[in-house]
Ligand binder design. Structure first.
Ligand code: ADP
Ligand code: MG
Length: 280
C-alpha cells in the first residue's frame, strides 16, 4: 500500500494558539497567555461566561484581529492566510437582527460560493450541486426555495451553517450557535454537528456559555475566562472549575446547576449582557 498522498498533511495541529494575549484599544485585556492546540479532525468546545473572551479567541483564529502577544496558526499557516485561502468556515455570533433580505434559503447558502462569480452569471453546476448537497446535509433541502426571513431561528441557523461549508473549509468555527434555539432544537443541532463532522471530516470549534449545549458532542472542552482554566476531555471538568469561571455569570451558572430541571424554552430568553453588567 502506498503512503497517503500528501505533502500537505503534516504533523501541524489544525489550530495552534501559542501564548496569546489580546488587549482591545479600550484597554480591556480580553485574553491572557492562552495556549491551546486542536488536533485535526477533533471537536473542541469553548466554554466560558459572557465576556470571557470566546468571541475574541475565534476572531484571532480567523485572523480578523492580531494578538497583542503570541501567535496563532491554522493548518500550519498564519491565521489570516488560512482564512483567506477559504479553509476556515465561520458562523458568527448571532445578532438579534431579523433576516429580512429578499433571499431564499438556497440563495443565502450560495452567497459565499458566489463571491468569485459575477452576479449576472448563474452558478456553475458543481457549485449548485455542492449547495444542494449541503442543504441536504443540514436538513433544509425541502425549504430551499423559502424566503430566509420566514424561517425559525433554528432553521436559519442551519442555512447559515450550510453557507459556512460551501467553500469546503477544513476548520469550522461556530460562535454560540444554539443561543435563541429551544431545547428540542439544541438536540437536533447536536445531531447536525455529528453529521457534519462525520461526513465532511472537519475540525470543529464551537463556542458556548452553556455546557449542556456542547459537552456531548466534543472531544475536548476549553474553559475560558480571560485565561484558560481547563483544556481536556469534558468528563474531567469539575464543578469547582465551573463555579470558578461562572461565579459572576449567574444566568449561565444557574443553567449548569439546574441542568436537568431546565425549563423548555429558556434559551429563547437568553441575552448577552455586556461584560461588567452582570449581577455580582
Ligand atoms: P465572549 O464572547 O466570551 O462573551 P468577548 O470576546 O466578546 O467575550 O469579550 C471579551 C472582553 O472583551 C469583554 O470584556 C468585552 O467587553 C471586551 N470586548 C469585546 N469586544 C470588544 C471591542 N470591540 N472593543 C473593546 N472591548 C471589547
Ligand atoms: Mg461572544
Amino acid at each position: 500500500m502506498s503512503p497517503p498522498d500528501s505533502a500537505e498533511i503534516t504533523s501541524d495541529p489544525a489550530v495552534a494558539v501559542r501564548d496569546v494575549s489580546f488587549r482591545y484599544d479600550s484597554g480591556v485585556t480580553a485574553l491572557e497567555s492562552i495556549s491551546l492546540t486542536v488536533p485535526h479532525g477533533s471537536r473542541l468546545g469553548i466554554l466560558g461566561p459572557n465576556g470571557g473572551g470566546k468571541s475574541t479567541l475565534l476572531k484571532l483564529i480567523l485572523g480578523l484581529i492580531k494578538p497583542t502577544r503570541g501567535g496563532v496558526e491554522v493548518l500550519g499557516l498564519p491565521a489570516r492566510r488560512a482564512t483567506r485561502s477559504r479553509q476556515v468556515g465561520y458562523l458568527p455570533q448571532r445578532l438579534n437582527a431579523a433576516w429580512n433580505a429578499p433571499l431564499n434559503v438556497r440563495q443565502v447558502v450560495a452567497m459565499t460560493a458566489a463571491l468569485d462569480i459575477p452576479p449576472w452569471r448563474t452558478l456553475p453546476p458543481d457549485v449548485q450541486r455542492r449547495v444542494d448537497d449541503l442543504l441536504d446535509l443540514v436538513g433544509m433541502a425541502h425549504l430551499a426555495g423559502r424566503p430566509i426571513g420566514e424561517l425559525s431561528g433554528g432553521q436559519q441557523q442551519r442555512a447559515f451553517i450550510a453557507r459556512a461549508l460551501v467553500s469546503r473549509p477544513r476548520v469550522l468555527l461556530l460562535d454560540e450557535p444554539t443561543v435563541g434555539i429551544d431545547q428540542a432544537g439544541q438536540a437536533q443541532f447536536a445531531r447536525l454537528l455529528e453529521a457534519i463532522h462525520r461526513e465532511l471530516d472537519l475540525t470543529i470549534l464551537v463556542v458556548s456559555h452553556d455546557l449542556r449545549a456542547i459537552a456531548a458532542g466534543c472531544d475536548d472542552i476549553a474553559v475560558l475566562s480571560r485565561t484558560l482554566h481547563y483544556h481536556a476531555a469534558p468528563e474531567g471538568l469539575t464543578p469547582e472549575v465551573l463555579a470558578e469561571v461562572f461565579h459572576h455569570d449567574i444566568a449561565a451558572f444557574a443553567h449548569l446547576r439546574h441542568g436537568n430541571g431546565h425549563r423548555h424554552g429558556d434559551e429563547d430568553h437568553v441575552t448577552q449582557p455586556p461584560a461588567g453588567e452582570n449581577p455580582p
